[in-house]
Design a protein around this ligand. Structure first.
Ligand code: FES
Length: 69
């Protein structure tokens, strides 16, 4: 499925850009061209980027984590 129809960029390509460190719509655009034409896909790209980085952040220690240390 395309994440950006104008530039023909797939969702997989956007995830690859995020995995390479592109953490903004502009950075993804620089990396693969997504979002660099009409801009209608920006909210979709932003959601994909946020989702990628939320999943890649390690779970934070919860309350009581220090008690067992
Ligand atoms: S759909 Fe992505 S720039 Fe138009």
């Amino acid at each position: 499925m395309f994440a950006c129809i104008c530039m023909g960029v797939s969702e997989e390509e956007v995830h690859e850009c995020a995995a390479s460190g592109a953490d903004t719509v502009e950075a993804v655009g620089d990396a693969c061209g997504a979002g660099t034409s009409c801009g209608n896909c920006h909210s979709r790209l932003r959601g994909m980027i946020e989702s990628h980085f939320e999943q890649s952040v390690p779970a934070q220690a919860g309350p009581g984590a220090l008690a067992s240390a």
